[in-house]
Structure formats: structure tokens, C-alpha cells
Design a protein around this ligand. Structure first.
Ligand SMILES: *Cc1c(COP(=O)(O)O)cnc(C)c1O
Length: 383
């Protein structure tokens, strides 16, 4: 029997999303699959394999540890660590053949020392800060100091340069800012040696500005089916999150439900208790707003969300019983709850929803090779 709380990851849909993104970028542009943060909660190694099968040329992670986990899982594709090199893990990065990110001479020297020990040349990408205000060289002088350090380090090879947009999903003003970031990036990288690949586009920019594709684009959230801006591609969510009904009861007018007595029944109600709470990553701040799907119907979550359980008002639904499936995110019948819905109820963004699903929620991987239908629909029909 399946565990009570699961997230089904549709790898076929993930692969399909990558194929769609790949087909939408200009000929000759490489595609990097961003699989940091455990593949945005979808499972890093499985996501990486599906993305590579869908045509990704390269992978990106946030930190060295995430990269070494992919290597230990047998993945040999090029992996870029997006975060700046640190003294603590530069050697591990070099040992596992990860491409590291530099933005100061000191970082270049750290890479040189680490690479020298391995006896091999290490590749690095130069990070340019064009307005994100996070990491990166911000001027020609800073860039030139890094380039000078590189020229003194025979074991380090500059293979790429990149910048990150802060407002590519923004309004008109945000897009003007993005254009200025792009222009600054071109200005700061135009003189780099032949063969240094340049990349700047995140998901939002991939869909909005094909002319920003340069040598490579970096697809994150869109790969998981949640394009942050309007886009023509039929990208679809790959994660379905479910729990179960554990108990059903009738309550009378005036009865309270859950902590703090925020819900009081105005009349007789039927209440189902659900095997999921904020310890599973279901945000407590969604109390009073959240909905779930039971028997293909949308029903409200009532009262405060508890640590391990929550209650749904199933009045009017026929024969709800323990073990019945509760869809927290995904499709059931003709209804669908998306990470964006959950984000709205919790006051956050789809990104945070996808990766806040708790570690005690088992992951189940589904791969229906060759099917081109809505994976979530297939999954819902199977039940
Ligand atoms: C996370 C990240 C991305 C991916 O962004 P999405 O909006 O998810 O596409 C790309 N580049 C960098 C540097 C990142 O940190």
C-alpha cells in the first residue's frame, strides 16, 4: 500500500517540459537545467536525468554539496555551481569535476590551489553583477582584477560568464531594468576570450526575451511546469501531492474545530480529518484560506492547520471515508490545485511551495515513457 502522504513526480512530464523549452530557444543555444534545492523539491538526481533525457546540455546547482550528490548518483554531465566558491568546499568541487563560480581574485586563487592538487584543470564561470546586488563583479576594474588572477593560474580555465536578472518577471519598468542589466552584461563581457560562453536568461527571460538567449539559457521553475510569466509553451506541473482522510465525523451547530477555536460551525457539518499538517510543509498561514480536493470536489480546510493534521469541511459529499485520497496539489476530476494556488493562500510564491513539501512526504517517481497526455490527468484517472 502507498504511504499516507506522497508526492508523485511525473518524470515524463519533466522531460517533456525540457523538450518544449529546448525547442523554444534559438538554434545553437544550449539549455541548462537548474536542479538546485533538490530539483526544486522534485528530487535532484531523478530530475537531472529527466532533464538530460529531454535535451538539457548542462546542470546547475546552488552549492558544491548538491553537485557532489549528483556525481555520486552517477551523473557525468557538466554541472555549474551557481553560488560563489568558498574555502570550505572548493576542494570537494574540484575533486568531483564541478564548474565553480568566481567573482574575485581570491576565489580564483582558491580554485587554483584546489585544482593543482587534483592535477587537472578546473573550469570556472565568472559571475557578473548587473543589478541583482547578490554576487558578481560590478565594474570593469573588478572584472579585470579577476581576469588578471586567472592569467596567473594555469590550473583554472575561464569557460563561461553569467549574470542574473532580478526583475525579468516584472512589469514594464522591470523589463526596462532587465534590458539595462542585459546591456551591462554585454558591455562587461564583450572582450572575453573566444570560447567563453555567456548566459543570463532565467525562466522569465527565456519566455519573454528570446533575444537574450546568448550561448545558453538557465531554466528553473519552468522546467517544473510553473512558468513565472505568460508563455505559449504547454508546460505542465510535474508534482502531485496527496494525503488521506483519517477520520470522518458530524459536528453540530456551535461546535469548534482546531486550535484557537477560529472555526465554529453555524450548523450541522461533516468534517474529514486529513493526514497532513505544517510538519509536512503545508503552510500553517494558509489556515482559513486553503482548499483541498476530495472525490474530485473542492472543499475548504477549516480551522487552524495543525502540525500533523488538518480538517476539511466535506458536508454534502457522498460517503467520505478513512483512506480516501485528499489532493493537496494536483488534479482530481475536473478540478486542479496548483502550487500557485497554495502560494496565494500562504502569501508566497510557487517556488517556495514546491520546495517546502516536507521530507517526511515520500516521493514516488512515475515515468510513463512515450505518453504525451497530461500526466496528472493519467494519474487521476488511475485512481
Ligand atoms: C535559481 C536560479 C536560476 C533559475 O531561475 P528560475 O526563475 O527558476 O528559472 C537561474 N540562474 C540563477 C543564477 C539562479 O540562482
Amino acid at each position: 500500500m502507498r504511504p499516507r502522504n506522497i508526492r508523485v513526480i511525473h518524470l515524463d512530464q519533466l522531460r517533456r517540459n525540457m523538450e518544449l523549452i529546448r525547442s523554444s530557444v534559438p538554434e545553437g543555444t544550449r539549455v541548462m537545467a537548474v536542479v538546485k534545492a533538490d530539483g526544486y523539491g522534485h528530487g535532484a538526481a531523478e530530475t537531472a536525468r529527466a532533464a538530460l533525457a529531454g535535451g538539457a546540455d548542462m546542470l546547475a546547482v546552488a552549492a558544491v554539496k548538491e553537485g557532489t550528490q549528483l556525481r555520486k548518483a552517477g551523473i557525468s554531465a557538466p554541472i555549474l555551481v551557481l553560488g560563489a566558491v568558498t574555502a570550505a568546499d572548493v576542494s570537494e568541487g574540484a575533486d568531483f569535476g564541478l564548474i565553480q563560480t568566481v567573482c574575485s581574485p581570491e576565489m580564483v586563487f582558491l580554485c587554483e590551489q584546489a585544482a593543482k592538487v587534483t592535477g587537472k584543470q578546473a573550469e570556472v564561470h565568472l559571475k557578473v553583477d548587473t543589478g541583482m546586488g547578490r554576487i558578481g563583479v560590478r565594474s570593469e576594474e573588478e572584472r579585470d582584477r579577476v581576469l588578471k588572477a586567472l592569467s596567473e593560474c594555469p590550473h583554472v580555465r575561464l569557460a563561461g560568464a553569467f549574470t542574473h536578472f532580478s526583475d525579468a518577471d516584472g512589469d514594464e519598468d522591470g523589463m526596462a531594468y532587465t534590458q539595462a542589466q542585459y546591456d551591462a552584461f554585454i558591455r562587461l563581457t564583450d572582450g572575453l576570450p573566444e570560447g567563453v560562453i555567456r548566459h543570463c536568461a532565467n525562466s522569465a527571460a527565456i519566455h519573454r526575451r528570446k533575444d537574450f538567449a546568448l550561448d545558453m539559457v538557465r531554466a528553473g521553475i519552468s522546467l517544473y511546469g510553473y512558468p513565472p510569466v505568460e508563455c505559449e509553451l504547454p508546460l505542465r506541473p510535474c508534482m502531485r501531492w496527496t494525503a488521506k482522510v483519517s477520520y470522518v465525523k458530524e459536528i453540530d451547530a456551535g461546535d469548534y474545530v482546531s486550535y484557537g477555536r477560529t472555526f465554529r460551525a453555524g450548523e450541522k457539518r461533516t468534517v474529514a480529518t486529513v493526514t497532513c499538517g505544517y510538519a509536512d510543509g503545508y503552510h500553517r498561514c494558509a489556515s482559513g484560506k486553503a482548499q483541498v480536493l476530495i472525490h474530485g470536489k473542492r472543499v475548504p480546510v477549516i480551522g487552524r492547520i495543525c502540525m500533523d493534521q488538518m480538517m476539511a469541511d466535506v458536508t454534502g459529499l457522498e460517503n467520505v471515508q478513512p483512506e480516501d485520497e485528499v489532493v493537496l496539489m494536483g488534479r482530481s476530476g475536473s478540478e486542479r490545485i496548483t502550487a500557485e494556488d497554495l502560494a496565494r493562500w500562504s502569501g508566497t510564491i510557487s517556488y517556495e511551495i514546491l520546495l517546502s513539501v516536507g521530507s517526511r512526504v515520500d516521493r514516488v517517481f512515475s515515468d510513463m515513457k512515450g505518453t504525451d497526455s497530461d500526466a496528472d490527468e493519467v494519474e487521476a484517472e488511475r485512481e
